[in-house]
Design a protein around this ligand. Structure first.
Ligand SMILES: NC(=O)c1ccc[n+]([C@@H]2O[C@H](COP(=O)([O-])OP(=O)(O)OC[C@H]3O[C@@H](n4cnc5c(N)ncnc54)[C@H](O)[C@@H]3O)[C@@H](O)[C@H]2O)c1
Ligand SMILES: O=P(O)(O)OC[C@H](O)CO
Length: 369
């Protein structure tokens, strides 16, 4: 009898879910903090949250992962915020994921394919994933959403979480909302909602993975356009017009790619709310403003390195990827704003073209959207 009792904690512990966060940038660190505050409270999760750190040496000569574990702070990507003592930084990717059955992917999108390849065949059989990554990949055979890459490479199901989520504001515990997109299994979606939801981070779920993910991805292109308007000091009406045209293109593009995308998704946090916050206060907007102020004479790469100090822009690369899709599918004329953003980013057009081309071509392409 006594042996049965002594086994109980073992079985209890085996049934608990373990979470790994793959990524430790600005949002990655905040996501780990949110999750870690919940795993301490929720009995169905192990307390510890393992956070994979893309290792780097700080100016002090110390390794970033070691400093995070000593100070409980990501001094480079989220300075001044304690992550929670149960967040463990791990520079070894395979080791970070090996014991976890709930994998949270949150790195800049350009690194995701390589990361998936590295952990292929090295994760738990019962693992499930969620992607917080805003972006997509474009291959010869067309665009692939990051959640699809995760599912295909790792052979596991993948939800997405997107929303009006400027990480530094969530780190301060200011109220915000987010949307989980799921494919079929509402139960799994609710488990993710449970893991992220807090009194200041209100999460809901919708059955529309592609819609939610495309909102998060495409709003970064519109944010670049909004930044150009700010840099040119064209005022709020112009910026609102660009945001409206951008939202229209986001919806049309998403629905052309996936007929399953739902109109209502654009009214969730991942849609219009994320578009607003990113066009007001995001990094894409900020760098695009500087680009326009310099008349396009300084490249985005240069501005990103100088202004973001290691953090990564997603909008410029996404504009290029969207442009490739538009070219391949013969849709260029229907998406003047998306097309113009890319042309400005590669300095084929001046920043002022954002209004001229978007507005002019918009008149002519309206019917096809
Ligand atoms: N920061 C935000 O406010 C925010 C909010 C919501 C969603 N997102 C999205 O979350 C994703 C991650 O953004 P973030 O803000 O956490 O990151 P970040 O831009 O702050 O930091 C860049 C990260 O990339 C890592 N990195 C650099 N080179 C790498 C490589 N070769 N391989 C792997 N990793 C490398 C760095 O170590 C760092 O962790 C992006 O898709 C972003 O759009 C960001
Ligand atoms: O700072 P940005 O432009 O990468 O945007 C951050 C978030 O995506 C806003 O939800």
């Amino acid at each position: 009898m006594s042996s049965v009792f002594s086994m109980a904690p073992f079985f209890e512990s085996e049934n608990k879910s373990r979470v790994a966060v793959i990524g430790s940038g600005n949002w990655g660190s905040v996501a780990a903090k949110l999750i870690a505050s919940n795993t301490l409270k929720l009995p169905s999760f192990h307390d510890e949250v393992r956070m994979w750190v893309f290792e780097e040496t700080l100016p002090s000569g110390k390794k970033l992962s070691a400093v995070i574990n000593q100070t409980n702070e990501n001094v480079k990507y989220l300075p001044g915020i304690k992550l929670g003592k149960n967040v463990v930084a791990d520079p070894d990717l395979e080791h970070a994921v090996t014991d976890s059955n709930m994998l949270v992917f949150v790195t800049p999108h350009q690194f995701m394919e390589g990361i998936c390849k590295r952990i292929q065949g090295k994760i738990r059989k019962d693992a499930q994933a969620i992607s917080l990554v805003k972006g997509m990949e474009v291959k010869r055979d067309g665009p692939s959403m990051i959640s699809t890459i995760i599912s295909q490479k790792l052979g596991i199901s993948c939800c997405v979480l997107m929303g009006a989520n400027i990480a530094n504001e969530i780190a301060q515990e200011n109220f915000s909302e987010a949307t989980v997109g799921y494919r079929e299994n509402k139960e799994i979606a609710e488990k993710w909602v449970h893991l992220f939801n807090t009194p200041f981070f209100s999460v809901s779920s919708v059955q529309d993975v592609e819609g939610v993910e495309l909102c998060g991805t495409l709003k970064n292109v519109v944010a670049i356009a909004a930044g150009f308007v700010d840099g040119l000091e064209m005022g709020n009406n112009t910026k609102a017009a660009i945001m409206r045209i951008g939202l229209r293109e986001m919806k049309a593009f998403s629905k052309l790619l996936f007929s399953s995308v739902k109109d209502n998704t654009f009214f969730e946090s991942c849609g219009v709310a994320d578009l607003i916050t990113t066009c007001l206060g995001g990094r894409n907007r900020k760098c695009a403003e500087a680009f326009a102020k310099h008349g396009g004479k300084r490249s985005f790469d240069e501005l990103e390195a100088e202004m973001l100090q290691g953090q990564k822009l997603q909008g410029v690369l996404t504009a290029k990827e969207v442009h490739e899709v538009l070219c391949h599918r013969g849709w260029l004329e229907s998406f003047p704003l998306f097309a113009t953003v890319h042309e400005i980013c590669i300095r084929r057009l001046p920043p002022a073209a954002i209004v001229k081309y978007s507005e002019h071509t918009h008149q002519h392409s309206r019917a096809s959207l």
